[in-house]
Write a protein that binds this ligand. Sequence first.
Ligand code: ADP
Length: 585
Amino acid sequence: MDVMKMPADLPDVSLNSNAELVLKKRYQRKGLDGTPIETAKEMFWRVAASIASMEKNYPSSPFKPKDLARTFYSLMTEYDFLPNSPTLMNAGTELGQLAACFVLPVGDSMDEIFDAVKNAALIHKSGGGTGFSFTRLRPKDSRVGSTGGVASGPISFLKIFNTATEQVKQGGTRRGANMGILRVDHPDILEFIRAKEREGDLNNFNLSVALTEKFMQAVENDEEYPLVAPQSQEVIEKLKAREVFELLVRKAWESGDPGIIFIDRINRDNPNPDQGEIESTNPCGEQPLLPYEACNLGSINLARFVREKDEGVEIDWDRLREVVHLSVRFLDNVIDASEYPLDRITETVRKNRKIGLGVMGWADLLYQLGLPYDSRRAIVLAEQMMNFIQKEARSASKELAKERGPFPSYETSIYKEQNLGPYRHATTTTIAPTGTLSIIAGCSSGVEPLFALCFVRQVMDGEKLTEANSFFVKALHDQGCYSEKLMAEVIEKGSVKNMDFLPEELRNVYVTSMDIEPQWHLKMQAAFQKHTDNAVSKTVNLPNSATQEDIYQIYWMAYEEGCKGVTVYRDGCKSVQVLCTGDGN
Ligand code: ADP
């Protein structure tokens, strides 16, 4: 692919040492011998130029590709906004697959199952993550008509997907990530809930149980609910809803898996119900999609939107608006620039044009504003912030619809009836975990609190690097509290909550995820969810001492507060933490 020539006067990019490492190892293009053939600057230019060049498809665009390429370049290199990893890795390259999130259907036949395995392998190779529902598969031990044998059921097929993933190192970049979903009324649900109880099993999968509204009501009323054979819709048996819910809670307490998603709620927000039901999300849970649909994400770094005023600091809403509009244009162009491993995916994506703009650096923003994460004021600001971003993203989507036309399935979407559109995108907002993006931008990830204020990071050759949150260090200096001795103590404890010798306000503002009561984690997730079209990636971190009752309460609260799903993680419940880690492994 032709990429516009890099202008001689393009500003250099400054990288923190972790970003330098991650980009070199996984993002900059490599030659046959594995050494990078582009610099980080050339990488950002490749992405900016190839995404901006899509303007040529739209004669009514107010931007010249060359100018927009420069704008996109500074948007990324000033770390105001970054597109998801596959866009950084593959834009302007032959592979050209730019989306992070896919959902594939798994039908109840050998052909369909192994088609899905193959398609997932192709997606993993290109850097994307895949989600599947296994609900359509007939239960274990049911009859197989053509052979007279018995079916092995969803869990044994899940293992095949898991092994296939293990063997496909993604296009030399990262190993695949998957989401496996089973509806709570599938006859094999108990086996599914227990599927990850042995550490290391299904290590390339996050699992979530799709809870229905009917099931939640049965839990509330302490009733039985039916397990239904997916093909015949015959009721196979009945289970006590509370016992299943308690088993879910117990397994999540033991290992963090499975999580839960509220599938009816997700489908209430399905913008295109005429195209079928949403049955799964992407691997980290933030993006519900139709079968064969993909979505590209991008995240605005909120840490960058604070400006000085006469006394103190404030949020720079005007600049945020501008960045939201540019980011939506960027993500719209990503749809046009992206190539997918299957025609069916290309068709579905081009029809619905879903994008997922979200945020990172939220905890860093709160630090700068002096607001404790676990405070009412922070929750109120979260709602205001996401409301603003969603409103502006939708307005940008409308402007693009005027310039380029609405998304092709707009006429049959729910927006048509609601008289809200026309939009250019079936969805515009999603809050991603930003595992790698936050390392590149040097900010806190997604809407999560910091894990530790200061810690030692192992780098590749066994060297150790001490990393401290810059806003914390500045606050210590400003308040005359900084010392090497103190920093050593913070590394050891991870938190300053109980350091009584430090000013109280500082201890309240600089909280870490373990200092925060689980309810506040959940309230923050719910606040962002209120104004997010898709879902919010968030882990409710619990101390090792948390009880099953605590998790029960969190699950219930997630249901009542309108979340689309929830994931908990009890400190120390696994010796190695998997999920989507920041180093892209
Ligand atoms: P990044 O920071 O690398 O852009 P995120 O941590 O925000 O990625 O994850 C966003 C989505 O990207 C995930 O939900 C998943 O769909 C996909 N993803 C993340 N990590 C991986 C991985 N190792 N392999 C495949 N897909 C991944």
